[in-house]
Design a protein around this ligand. Sequence first.
Ligand SMILES: N[C@@H]1[C@@H](O)[C@H](O)[C@@H](COP(=O)(O)O)O[C@@H]1O
Length: 335
Amino acid sequence: MFEEAGEAAAVVRRQLAANQIAVTALAAQLRAEPPRGALTCARGSSDHAATFGKYLIETRLGVLTTSAAPSISSVYGASADLTGMLAIGISQSGKSPDILSAMRAAKQGGARTLALGNTADSPLAEEADTFLPLHAGAELSVAATKSYIASLAALLHLVGEWAGDGEMLEALHNAPALLGQAWAADWSPMVERLANAQGLYVIGRGLGFGIAQEAALKFKETCGLHAEAFSAAEVRHGPMALVGPDFPLLVFRQGDETADGVDELVAEVVARGGDVLVSGGNVPGAIQLPHPAAHPAIEPMLQIQAFYRAANALSLRRGFDPDRPPLLAKVTETV
Ligand SMILES: N[C@@H]1[C@@H](O)[C@H](O)[C@@H](COP(=O)(O)O)O[C@@H]1O
């Protein structure tokens, strides 16, 4: 996990260069024939990348984006009219039966299909109208790291070109250098605070929500630590009842329109005597976790990169092997 997460900067640099022509062509096609909506099909870390994609596509392009529940096609055998939709499948292996089923149903229902994957000779890649390779290289650790960051980069690249957002694209092209800095960031306060923790919430809002989901998964998978992800708004609708000195929050805050609301939540929890670890912002009383400054759409990628290093350290500290989580295999195939 440590070694592979550390390769993320090189992966993103390689991917941006290798995919430029294909991404430009796809973006031109999407601008010429805009989809009426997008449907994401993914599981686990890839599904969390899809959450990031939803916020990116809806905020930058105003195209409604929703997540497919694969069982609708794989178990219920039901289908929907997806004429004019873009179905985006994200999968490292490209062969989980339920994701394949959802993508096949989308195609039969009239959608254009796009696969983001790490394996070109997979059914997902072969059956999709367009395949964008992630170029993450072999990922052997059960916990996805560089492939997750590669998925975020591919989504940023596509949406940046599709929306013609030059500022975001420029920031993305600077991301490899910043990922290197993020990898060196000192998140040891997180490792200290969570060494003996029983559970926590991971908070994000908007573009940061997908990385909150991803961090919560890593806590469970590699650290034997129960963690649940909530949006900074959702957590106030009930879950806050658990928050206190023995139930900390890890908060991912990016410098966009969501920042003030996230700061308010952090200040409120600090005032109640709760422990809050925060990446981004500067609320007094919260434990700050650093990451390099960047465009708000790039920040989540940098935050999760800094987090991965700390999650690896926390896993070891809690007596786990981050590369061999109990009861899990690298490729999970569900129906
Ligand atoms: N992102 C979706 C979730 O929103 C959905 O809840 C889940 C359930 O899928 P299924 O019904 O196939 O178990 O699938 C994906 O992970």
